[in-house]
Design a protein around this ligand. Structure first.
Ligand code: 3PG
Length: 306
C-alpha cells in the first residue's frame, strides 16, 4: 500500500484530515500524519517510508529529498512553492505540484479583514476611516488577486490591477481597471495588495522608490511573501512618511523595529494565517490527495511546477 505522508508544522483543520483520509482509504492509499514537528530530523525520518508527500509552507530542501528513497511526488497544498527545492526534486525525478486557487478565498478575506482592522485603528474606539470609494491596486491578478477584487468591489472600492502575465481582457471582464505599468498602479492607489510570488525576479522588488509613489495615507498589504519586500527601503519610507501604513500576514525580519517605531501604523499576524481556515484546509488538502492519486493511477501531472 502506497504511503502519503502529510507533514505540516502548521496542521490542517481536523475536518480536512478526516476528508483527506477518507479519499486515501477509498483508493487504497495510507495517509500518514506528521503534524507540528519540531525539527528537520523528524521530517527526514518520516519521509524515509513515503511514496508521496503533502506539505504547506514546510521547507523541503535537498537533504530532505535525499532521505526519501521512495518519494515520487510532492504536493504543496497551497499556491506558493518557494519552500521546495525544485531543482533537487527534478534531478531526483520527483514531481512537485501545487493546488492553485484552493485557499484563495481565505487569503482574500483576510486581506479585507486586516484593511478594515487598520482603518478602524485596531478597534481602539477612536474614529477611523472607511474603504468605500478608496482606490485599491491589486499587484498580480491570480487566484488570490481575483478574490480580493471581488470582495473589494462589494465594499465599493475603486479597484485596479497590474499583472504582466494576465491579459487586460481578463482583468476588464471582471470590471477591474487594468494598469499596464506597475509603477502607475502604486501612483494611483491609496491601498496596494501584494499577490506576487517570491522568485529571483521579485525578491526585494517592493522598495523605497516604488512605495514613495503611493498617494497620501497609503497602505501596503502583504499576504504574499516577506521576501518580496526590501525591508530597509520600507523602513526608510516609513520614517519619512508618517502617513504610510504596512499590514502583513508574514512578519518582516525587522518586525521589532517597525513595531517599536511605528505603533498604530503596522500590523503583523502572529503566524501566517491567510490560508488557515477549515474551508481552505479542506479544499487544498483534498485537492492534494486527489492529485497525488491521479498521478499514481493515471500519470496526471496537470499542476506540476518543476
Ligand atoms: C500559499 O502559498 O498557498 C499560502 O501562502 C498559504 O500557505 P500555508 O499553507 O503555509 O498557510
Amino acid at each position: 500500500m502506497k504511503k502519503i505522508l502529510v507533514a505540516t508544522v502548521k496542521p490542517f483543520a481536523p475536518q480536512a484530515i478526516k476528508e483527506m483520509k477518507d479519499i486515501a482509504d477509498s483508493k487504497g492509499y495510507e495517509l500518514v500524519l506528521l503534524e507540528k514537528y519540531q525539527s528537520p530530523e523528524e521530517l527526514k525520518q518520516a519521509v524515509q517510508q513515503a511514496d508521496a508527500l503533502i506539505v504547506r509552507s514546510d521547507k523541503i530542501n535537498r537533504e530532505i529529498l535525499e532521505a526519501a528513497p521512495h518519494l515520487k511526488v510532492i504536493a504543496r497544498a497551497g499556491a506558493g512553492y518557494d519552500n521546495i527545492d525544485l531543482d533537487a526534486a527534478r534531478e531526483k525525478d520527483m514531481v512537485v505540484m501545487n493546488t492553485p486557487g484552493q485557499n484563495a478565498n481565505a487569503v482574500a478575506e483576510l486581506v479585507l479583514g486586516m484593511m478594515v482592522y487598520m482603518n478602524r485603528n485596531k478597534f481602539n474606539g477612536t474614529a477611523g476611516t472607511e474603504l468605500k470609494g478608496k482606490t485599491l491596486g491589486i499587484h498580480a491578478y491570480g487566484n488570490v488577486g481575483k478574490n480580493v477584487a471581488r470582495i473589494a468591489k462589494g465594499f465599493k472600492m475603486d479597484v485596479m490591477a497590474h499583472d504582466p502575465f494576465v491579459s487586460s481582457e481578463i482583468v476588464e471582464r471582471d470590471g477591474i481597471k487594468d494598469v499596464e505599468e506597475r509603477d502607475d498602479l502604486y501612483e494611483k492607489c491609496q491601498y496596494v495588495s501584494l499577490h506576487i510570488p517570491a522568485n529571483p525576479h521579485t525578491v526585494k522588488s517592493i522598495g523605497y522608490d516604488l512605495l514613495k509613489k503611493m498617494p497620501e495615507n497609503a497602505v501596503l498589504i502583504n499576504t504574499a511573501r516577506k521576501e518580496v519586500i526590501d525591508e530597509e527601503g520600507l523602513l526608510r519610507l516609513m520614517e519619512e512618511r508618517p502617513d504610510f501604513k504596512y499590514i502583513s500576514d508574514i512578519a518582516p525580519d525587522n518586525k521589532d523595529i517597525l513595531e517599536e517605531k511605528f505603533p498604530g501604523r503596522v500590523f503583523f499576524t502572529p503566524k501566517k494565517m491567510g490560508a488557515q481556515t477549515a474551508e481552505a484546509n479542506i479544499n487544498a488538502g483534498k485537492a492534494a490527495v486527489k492529485q497525488i492519486i491521479d498521478f499514481f493511477e493515471n500519470g496526471n501531472t496537470t499542476y506540476k511546477v518543476n
